[in-house]
Write a protein that binds this ligand. Structure first.
Ligand SMILES: *Cc1c(COP(=O)(O)O)cnc(C)c1O
Length: 393
């Protein structure tokens, strides 16, 4: 079948569709092309090309999935439209009426899918425990427990979970494990090497890294899980579009240098805050004062790039602080190259009641910093000025 129109003149309308080799991709390009095709042609009835339809498989998506899976040391990945979509894709693995043991203080969107949707649509039940309390984990496990959902570090107070300990316990009972590895990115923590079956990310954060993309991804530790995830993704259509896969793949190219700078900056910022009279408490696993610092050294490459702090003063003082910042931007997200600050009470955790926030340790004077790649000296100066503004009455 001739697919080029070069040898035979055709009419205009036909040429607009078929002229030139519009379908061909240079195979020596230094970066994978953004393949936007929804469909791929067959050369004959017996032809079985690698790609047939983009919901099922797409070359740009595949390039990104292959890269992220290699970074996480998994066998493959499924790229999803968002982080919460990746979570929903994982939950689709479970049978009806399954029970899940979930880390206390899990990401709000994960809680929402489980409690507001899966509980109603598939009979999902949950028990929230501190996964570091292995006795509590064992006690929470029921015959219908299918999954342990780990998040480490948690948002915003950066509690860690001993990933290997939880995986050993789960494996002995034939229970799947999935971790939300968004806060670490594969640079800082590779849970599959600690025994986790599934790793999910909001690619909107460190993987994309530039605050210009919404995406999610699930990495599988073995081929049978990967095959099941691919089937789910194909069946429910939870796929990431090629433009966003391109952005995520582009983001991954600089993940190593971004994370190295961001984590080093975060440590400097955390040390500065710890010594500041206006700061009541700093939460950063990379500090020796963090109660799980030893665990951090064991399973993470660094303390990460998120720092939380409780500031002395009332809401007005916090407002003065936030308004005085010139580099840190007040935003709901994290993980970008620009430094961000978030007020958990009124922003990320605003849908919780004051009592629920209290149980989670989220107070009105808590601020979460996502440290970017700027010069740390400027970041410290910015925070210093803002803390001075908070103290001034
Ligand atoms: C942002 C985030 C998600 C959800 O990801 P979206 O891309 O916003 O859907 C899940 N988990 C964590 C820890 C996050 O920070």
């Amino acid at each position: 079948m001739g697919l080029t129109m070069s040898d035979k003149p055709r009419n205009f309308a036909t040429r607009t569709i078929h002229a030139g080799e519009q379908f061909s991709v240079a195979d020596n390009a230094i970066f994978p092309a953004i393949v936007t095709a929804s469909s791929f042609t067959k050369r004959s009835l017996d032809d079985k090309p690698e790609y047939s339809y983009s919901r099922v498989g797409n070359p740009t998506r595949h390039a990104y999935e292959t890269c992220v899976a290699a970074l996480e040391e998994g066998v493959g990945a499924v790229a999803c439209a968002s982080g919460v979509n990746a979570t929903a894709t994982v939950l689709e693995l479970l049978p009806k009426d399954a029970h899940v043991v979930v880390m206390n203080g899990v990401y709000g969107g994960t809680f929402r899918i489980m409690e507001d949707y899966r509980s109603r649509t598939s009979g999902l039940t949950t028990t929230y425990v501190d996964l570091n309390d292995l006795e509590a984990v064992a006690a929470a496990i029921k015959p219908e427990t299918q999954l342990i959902w780990i998040e480490s570090p948690t948002n915003p107070l950066l509690h860690l979970v001993d990933i290997k300990a939880v995986c050993d316990l789960a494996k002995a009972r034939g229970i799947l494990t999935c971790i939300d590895n968004t806060f670490c990115s594969p640079w800082n923590q590779r849970p599959i090497t600690l025994g986790v079956d599934l790793v999910m990310h909001s690619a909107s954060k460190y993987i994309g890294g530039h605050s210009d993309l919404t995406g999610g991804v699930v990495v599988a530790a073995n081929d049978s899980l990967l095959a099941r995830l691919r089937r789910i993704s194909m069946a429910i259509g939870a796929v990431q579009g090629p433009f966003d896969c391109y952005l995520a793949l582009r983001g991954l190219k600089t993940l190593d240098v971004r994370m190295e700078r961001q984590c080093a900056n975060a440590l400097q910022v955390a040390r500065f805050l710890e010594s500041h009279a206006q700061v009541e408490q700093v939460y950063y696993p990379g500090l020796e004062s963090h109660p799980q610092h030893e665990l951090c050294k064991r399973q993470m490459r660094s303390g990460g790039a998120v720092v939380a702090m409780k500031v002395k003063g009332d809401r007005a003082a916090l407002n003065r602080l936030v308004e005085a910042l010139q580099i840190f931007v007040l935003a709901d997200s994290l993980g970008g190259v620009e430094s961000m600050i978030n007020h958990s009470w009124s922003m990320s955790h605003c849908s919780l009641s004051p009592e629920q926030k209290g149980v989670m340790g989220i107070s009105e004077n808590l601020l979460r910093l996502s440290v970017g790649i700027e010069d740390y000296r400027d970041l410290i100066e910015d925070l210093n000025g803002a803390l001075r503004a908070a103290a001034a009455v």
